[in-house]
Ligand binder design. Structure first.
Ligand code: PLP
Length: 368
């Protein structure tokens, strides 16, 4: 028997979540953000599963786009950070990519390069995230410069990113919205603003395009769930098995540092999954885990290849019992990755993108 840890990827759930994002914004087009290997789910299989639904995909670099093109994915691909050096423009042209421009040097490079076909270009505005993009006044000047070069750039859009669209407190989100609404109305420009939280919770942010990422994978980014986010389905189920059982007397510790100690005679299940697989070592005692579809919890520090769970109240559980670290158990019970993330003092994004290559991905194909 091989090591039982596997990440099951439900491509039908991915399509369901994409359709949810799309249907929430009937007047927008929806780019599927599949950067970082589709948030750890595998960019090529996810792109194939979405190809007939999504009018465009988005990634973080030419390298990520080239993997998709090599696999025969032909839909438009947006580079969310554009090029990293001017020489990449030749590949943007050859691979038929769409590009973001967020810096002066990128604008100069784009205007000095003669593509075979004008490159669809999204102008990134810094509306308050203070990460990438031009201040609004500068963006206006650049907008007109790019508009004046129709042989080089095409299909210009304004794009910006929200810092707090997930939060219940709307003030900063609304400030960013005002900035972008004023600019786009002034320029008569189509916009793309909405990430997952804005797609789910802020219809006023829906633009010509939206760019949801994490919700496609079934994670709810909102501080307070809403009806739409509750309809998301988990795409990844991280599953393994119990490979050993320990019987402990009261007071005996488990694992490195003896962080967890038995308060009563206890049974501990040892699960084949550890931080060497990408499971977060910050998981505290009490982090939820499903064993044979029932909730229990981590007991003791996560080690490289294993973690330990309390199975004292599960007499039927033993070596070979099934374990779900997040996702959907065979009996249908769900364990939300967002709940696991809270116990690790992190967000689902880091857990999903952190699953390492040694964990085999097993794909459940979408129904035709
Ligand atoms: C520019 C940009 N757009 C869209 C997204 C998708 O965001 P989310 O996964 O929160 O939907 C990201 C994610 O980091 C991003 O950086």
């Amino acid at each position: 028997m091989s090591r039982p840890l596997v990440a099951d990827i439900d491509l039908e759930a991915l399509r369901h979540n994409y359709c949810l994002a799309r249907d929430l914004a009937p007047n927008s087009q929806t780019v599927a953000v599949i950067k970082a290997d589709a948030y750890g789910h595998g960019a090529v299989p996810c792109a194939r599963a979405l190809e007939d639904l999504a009018p465009a995909l988005a990634v973080a670099s030419i390298e990520e786009a080239a993997v998709l093109r090599d696999a025969g994915i032909s839909v438009p691909i947006l580079l969310l950070e554009g090029i990293f050096e001017p020489e990449e423009l030749e590949q943007v042209d050859r691979l038929g990519l769409w590009m973001t421009v967020h810096s002066e040097w990128q604008v100069e490079a784009a205007l000095s390069f003669q593509p075979r076909k004008p490159i669809p270009t999204w102008l990134k505005v810094d509306s308050g995230m203070h990460r990438l993009g031009f201040p609004p006044a500068r963006a206006e000047t650049i907008w007109w410069r790019l508009q004046a070069a129709p042989d080089k750039v095409a299909n210009l859009h304004l794009m910006s990113h929200f810092a707090t669209a997930d939060a219940l407190q709307p003030a900063y989100f609304q400030q960013q919205m005002r900035t972008m609404t004023q600019l786009s109305e002034h320029l008569g420009a189509p916009i793309c603003l909405a990430n997952s939280p804005a797609t789910l919770a802020w219809p006023e942010a829906h633009g010509s395009w939206n760019r949801p990422g994490v919700m496609l994978y079934g994670s709810d980014p909102l501080e307070a769930a809403n009806d739409a986010s509750r309809a998301l389905k988990p795409v990844m189920t991280l599953r393994s098995r119990i490979i050993a059982v320990q019987e402990l007397a009261t007071g005996e510790p488990v694992g490195y540092g003896g962080r967890w100690k038995a308060r009563r005679p206890s049974r501990i299940g040892v699960v084949a999954c550890g931080y060497g697989d990408g499971y977060d070592r910050h998981a505290i005692d009490g982090t939820p885990v499903l064993v044979e579809g029932q909730r229990t919890a981590i007991a003791g520090k996560v080690s490289m290849d294993m973690l330990t769970v309390d199975i004292t109240d599960m007499p039927e559980v033993g070596i070979g019992s099934s374990v779900v670290l997040w996702g959907k158990a065979d009996n249908g019970t769900l364990l939300s990755i967002d709940e696991v993330a809270r116990h690790c003092d992190t967000i689902s994004y880091t857990l999903l993108t952190g699953i390492l290559p040694r964990v085999p991905r097993r794909y459940q194909e979408a129904r035709a």
